[in-house]
Design a protein around this ligand. Structure first.
Ligand code: NYM
Ligand code: MG
Length: 218
């Protein structure tokens, strides 16, 4: 049975723009894996429940002001505070689904246009975090996104920001060390997208032993 072969869990990240359907798809994926009796966890970043997460939440709602570098490092710290527990879960054979990760961290900050905050700078605090075995990028065109209704009221939820975020996401996909990124056309019906996500995830979970132990972002 496929289950018996899985020694460790897989680290699966779902990325994309606001309104790409990440949270709905993570939820569906989580339920599908549980239904198939796989040990599974679902987490999201930012994790707004921790003290650092509360500062991030307040910033995103426009209730507090922070410099671009400070908020960037808080987003990264918010991942570092659960890095060990992710590693522990993976070692126990639990597959961990993550809604947004370091890729969002780097591109949203770099998209702000601060000349002292490049994509390269933004990536550095992510180095050493658990490296995803698979990153699913939910790709949606600006036209399709627009059909899904207005943005929310949080910082970054504007057309100009999302356009820059999209361009930066696409430039990340081109990096040679990012071969674990899989682009999914998210502008289709929910069920079709879910099916397209489930296949590579199951494949990844099956092959995770041959990949060896969990790697670190470089
Ligand atoms: N965001 C998210 C960042 O700017 N940096 C990060 O590291 C992460 C994880 O937070 N617009 C931004 C992207 C979103 C916002 O996320 C809130 P969500 O998934 O919409 O709650
Ligand atoms: Mg959002």
């Amino acid at each position: 049975m496929a289950h018996d072969k899985i020694k460790r869990g897989a680290l699966v990240v779902v990325e994309g723009l606001d309104r790409a359907g990440k949270s709905s798809q993570c939820e569906l994926l989580y339920r599908s894996l549980l239904d198939m009796n796989y040990k599974t966890e679902y987490i999201r970043f930012p994790d707004r429940s921790t003290p650092i997460g509360k500062q991030i939440d307040s910033y995103l709602r426009g209730q507090s002001q922070l410099g671009d570098h400070s908020i960037h490092l808080l987003f990264s710290a918010n991942r570092w505070e659960v890095a060990q527990s992710i590693q522990d879960d993976i070692a126990k054979g639990i597959t961990v689904i993550v809604d947004r990760y370091s890729y969002s961290g780097a591109v949203y900050s770099a998209a702000k246009g601060n000349p002292n905050l490049s994509l390269h700078w933004a990536w550095q605090p992510e180095v050493g975090l658990p490296r995803p075995d698979l990153c699913l990028f939910l790709s949606i065109s600006p036209e399709e996104a627009a059909k899904r209704g207005g943005y929310g009221v949080e910082r970054y939820e504007t057309d100009s920001m999302q356009k820059r975020v999209r361009d930066l996401f696409l430039s990340l996909l081109d990096l040679p060390h990012n071969d674990e990124i899989c682009v999914i056309d998210a502008g289709r019906p929910v069920d079709e997208v879910a099916q397209d996500i489930l296949e590579p995830v199951l494949e990844c979970m099956k092959n995770v032993d041959s990949i060896g132990s969990l790697k670190k972002l470089a």
